[in-house]
Design a protein around this ligand. Structure first.
Ligand code: ADP
Length: 490
């Protein structure tokens, strides 16, 4: 099969969060299974170009119809960790992808509508005829709409689209000017409530709603979240639309890239280990302490790695930090955020705790430090308010770090409580709590710290059990292939 991914992120070259990992990991898995995969993404000025091998111009003058005129683009090609990537570079005064950062601009809907349009234009002009186009989140949600409304007639009649929604909190709710820019010139038609008209804001269009209508199949990133978005308010207004299209909607648990996340070969950790030699994890713990100037001694390290976003339960992370310190344990946070207020709060907290030998807050994005934390910590917390899938807890499991998570979305599908799970004892792998409040997280964290302290052999066993789980792309890769095969013949 020939699959093209159209995306705003791809790890490690352009990564903000899990979306990037999913695109690169799934693409690699499909390639290993013998399928041809290409990835189309923007040529951001801020991307990590050193991660691209053999970057060269692939298509010189791609004229993309835009806003009544056209924008000239150069399309570049290069390999990113074995994945074939095409980078779209528009030459225009809007500097869509030359802004020093990935997201956060007033015209984000226009920027990514442009990516969607340019990617299809590239497929058309470069004579690429994939069997499947796989789009991701609101950024590329216009692709299925444009494909079936415009590009099918222009020369892409057989292509089928699978659209994955990674985060329902961001749907691309915007004005009809975006439709005009991409050449969908009947705003009353496209913006009608039974098409892309947003269900909550009647003056707006909703790009994700468009993808649900037009794509041949829609997935979200875990089975439990697929249920939540239909039957609870976590669908953020899209529940009804999903009900209407339930026969082409499902949840596929994300996989982890087991090459990138593997304590047996990870170049970012000082000592390799596996489930059989988990005691060597102590070397990473020591390295982490040295690097972050934490005091040595018999204390467990509790960590948080992730975006600093309200979604992640920031008030609970903050609360956990003080609980951990009060319990004579250590706390390490690596967090990156795009919201000024949130970043300020954490900088304030960092200054307040400056010099504390049991605590380190690193604010910013640091891939390499993330690896060392996963390997060096004992416990990882993830008290998310909602979590479509969550990769962080799966990475922790892979590194023998015990996750303490809230029972929501993909966390519920992947972490099974040591004391209360219905699974056999040998299959339990972490600690889970229900309510997103202080008592909730305390109940789980206290049990985790208690086990570490009072029953070290059992804690070790729990960590080893977590490492035995297979959260690689093996199974989800097959699920996506089944979906592709199903829609290909429709
Ligand atoms: P989300 O997609 O909501 O950001 P996930 O848990 O699905 O959350 O994926 C997060 C991914 O991003 C993981 O690979 C995690 O290690 C990485 N990550 C998040 N924040 C940082 C950071 N500040 N530094 C390094 N890696 C980070």
């Amino acid at each position: 099969m020939y699959v093209v991914m159209i995306t705003s992120e791809c790890a490690p070259v352009a990564k903000v969060g899990g979306l990037a990992d999913v695109v690169s990991g799934l693409s690699r898995e499909l390639q290993i299974r013998g399928h041809a995969v290409e990835i189309i993404l923007p040529k951001y000025d801020c991307m990590r170009s050193e991660e691209i091998w053999g970057l060269q111009v692939s298509y010189h003058d791609l004229w993309v119809p835009w806003d009544g005129g056209a924008i000239r683009c150069t399309v570049w090609f290069g390999f990113v960790h074995g994945n074939k990537c095409f980078f779209i570079e528009p030459h225009s005064w809007q500097s869509f992808f030359s802004r020093g950062t990935y997201y956060g601009f007033w015209d984000d809907p226009l920027r990514f509508a442009f990516l969607s349009k340019a990617a299809l234009e590239f497929l058309l002009k470069a004579n690429k005829r994939p069997d499947i186009i796989h789009t991701h989140d609101w950024h590329t949600a216009l692709v299925p709409v444009l494909l079936f409304e415009t590009y099918a007639a222009a020369g892409l009649p057989h292509q089928r689209v699978c659209h994955t929604i990674h985060n329902f909190a961001h749907q691309g709710v915007t004005g009809t000017h975006v439709l005009h820019a991409v050449g969908l010139d009947r705003p009353a038609y496209y913006g009608a409530p039974d098409r892309m008209g947003d269900d909550l804001d009647h003056h707006a269009i909703n790009l994700t709603k468009g993808a649900i209508l037009y794509a041949n199949f829609v997935t979200t990133v875990s089975p439990h979240h697929a249920w939540e978005v239909r039957f609870t308010d976590l669908g953020c207004g899209l529940g009804n639309t999903l009900h209407r299209h339930q026969d082409k909607f499902g949840g596929v648990l994300n996989g982890l890239d087991y090459e990138t996340w593997n304590p047996e070969i990870d170049p970012n950790i000082p000592q390799h280990y596996n489930a059989g030699s988990i005691d060597k994890k102590a070397v990473a713990t020591q390295a982490l302490r040295d690097r972050l100037r934490l005091r040595a001694g018999e204390r467990p390290i509790v960590c948080y790695v992730g975006r600093l976003d309200a979604q992640k339960g920031l008030h609970l992370i903050r609360h956990a930090l003080f609980q951990v310190l009060a319990n004579e344990a250590q706390f390490v946070l690596l967090g990156s955020g795009s919201q000024h207020g949130i970043n300020e709060d954490f900088w304030h907290l960092k200054r307040r705790l400056e010099g504390n030998p049991d605590c380190h807050l690193e604010i910013g994005y640091n891939e390499e430090l993330a690896h060392l934390i996963y390997a060096g910590a004992d416990i990882l917390i993830m008290p998310s308010l909602f979590e479509p899938c969550g990769l962080t807890q799966m990475i922790a499991l892979r590194y023998g770090t015990v996750p303490v998570v809230r029972s929501v979305g993909g966390l519920q599908d992947t972490v099974f409580d040591w004391d209360f799970s219905e699974l056999p004892l040998a299959q339990r792998n972490g600690f889970v709590f229900e309510h997103p409040d202080h008592q909730g997280i305390d109940s789980a964290l206290d049990r985790a710290l208690g086990l570490w302290r009072n029953e070290p052999a059992l804690f070790r066993q729990l960590a080893v059990q977590g490492m035995a789980y297979d959260y690689s792309w093996n199974r989800p890769g097959q699920s996506y292939l089944d979906i592709y095969e199903f829609i290909r013949h429709k």
